[in-house]
Design a binder for this molecule. Structure first.
Ligand code: COA
Length: 361
């Protein structure tokens, strides 16, 4: 039996489809390329939530409702957020989310979306010795995240972050989405289900890779020789962060979607030169991996250009997984609702391979 449940179909879903051979991602009937850079995050939330919540408002009203939820969550977590600031930024966000009500309604869902946007900037500011900035209920979600982080948000950076949130909003039955669905299948509330997703996303084999991508780029820059550095890592049995995928055997389409966004920001000189350097490293890594692992097609994945994009919009690398979660939470919630609606507990079997007790006569 495959330990990673490879090729096991564990759910029927209308939410997204990952075509690993063709390199296509479909989100509720739309290709990623149709959505990324064109749809706003609130529109994609509506797309994912449609049919899973009663009385879903229009896109504009939903954007406003998410704004209201940011204000509500900020007020709710403000008394405790300073106590969370000494934790690492991911644990701080997770702990802040754990206090939210564990219901199943739209208000609960919007609070969970809002919480990730509110907690991460607040925790980062407290970590820098600054006071958290309150949300603006009338601002767009991504722009407000940046404003809460740095006090201002240029429209170009806000649009880039919005495109990122859209690009990572859902992705089939990945580890965190599966974890979310398992908890949702017990009919625990949305907060419990999303906390399970958050736990799974954190690991470096899933959503924890983009921070290490930045560390890798910095180390390669310092070494002055990308190929030699990468070969040495492989020789030591290390994995090259931002490359490889369980499903994609060709290039991850999200990598191209995000690279296009970073390219648009490239007129800012530091982003342009970082992108040019990253492209050189990418080519070197693909070549080193092709030679080192000829039996496996290892291509660039979403995390490589996630790292560049989130760095360009102003997030420090220790908060990259938080921002990934801020996008993915919409997909998690929709999957949780889809799973709850089946009414079926997820309860697979294990095969016992341990010692057997002596039979008592
Ligand atoms: N660097 C080096 N080798 C890699 C690799 C990488 N990024 N990704 C896969 N491989 C190698 C494995 O070492 C293994 O080699 P072996 O057969 O000689 O032991 C082979 O490819 C198959 O690996 P496997 O672990 O079965 O693939 P997987 O389907 O589980 O891998 C990932 C998927 C994402 C876990 C893996 O590619 C990885 O660890 N990538 C780096 C982390 C990352 O970018 N994560 C974000 C994913 S979106």
């Amino acid at each position: 039996m495959a330990n990673g449940l490879d090729d096991v179909v564990a759910a029927d879903t209308v939410l997204s489809d990952v075509d690993g051979a063709g390199g296509h991602l479909t989100i509720r009937g739309h290709s990623l390329m149709e959505l990324a850079g064109r749809w706003r995050y609130a529109q994609v939330v509506r797309l994912l939530f449609d049919g899973f919540f009663d009385d879903l408002p229009s896109d504009t009203e939903l954007e406003k409702a998410i704004g209201n939820a940011r204000v509500e969550v900020f007020d709710r977590v403000q008394p405790m957020v300073a106590q969370l600031a000494p934790l690492d930024i991911y644990s701080g966000m997770r702990a802040g989310m754990a206090v939210l009500p564990d219901g199943d309604g739209l208000a609960d869902a919007l609070r969970l979306i809002a919480a990730q946007a509110v907690l991460t900037p607040a925790l980062l500011r407290l970590g820098r010795g600054e006071t958290p900035v309150a949300p603006d209920e009338n601002a767009d979600h991504a722009g407000d995240m940046l404003r809460m982080l740095s006090g201002t948000a240029s429209p170009a950076l806000a649009k880039a972050l919005d495109s990122y949130l859209v690009t990572v909003c859902d992705h089939g039955l990945n580890a965190s989405t599966f974890a979310t669905r398992v908890v949702a299948s017990t009919q625990a509330g949305l907060t419990s289900a999303i906390l399970a997703g958050l736990g799974a996303l954190k690991g470096p084999l899933h959503g924890g890779a983009p921070g290490p991508v930045i560390e890798m780029l910095d180390a390669i820059e310092a070494s002055g020789d990308a190929t030699a550095w990468l070969r040495k890592e492989i020789a030591h049995g290390e994995r090259i962060m931002g490359f490889g995928h369980r499903i994609y055997r060709v290039r991850d389409p999200r990598a191209d979607a995000l690279k296009a966004v970073v390219r648009q920001l490239g007129s800012r000189s530091e982003t342009g030169s970082r992108l040019a350097f990253a492209e050189t490293v990418e080519q070197a890594a693909l070549e080193v991996l092709r030679i080192a692992k000829p039996q496996r097609s290892i291509q660039t994945n979403v995390e490589f250009y996630t790292a560049l994009l989130l760095e360009a919009v102003g997030f420090p690398k220790e908060a990259f997984s938080n921002v990934f979660a801020a996008g993915r939470v919409a997909g998690w919630i929709a999957h949780a609702r889809e799973q709850q609606a089946t009414g079926r507990l997820i309860r697979p079997q294990s095969r016992y391979v341990g010692p057997v007790p002596d039979l008592v006569a």
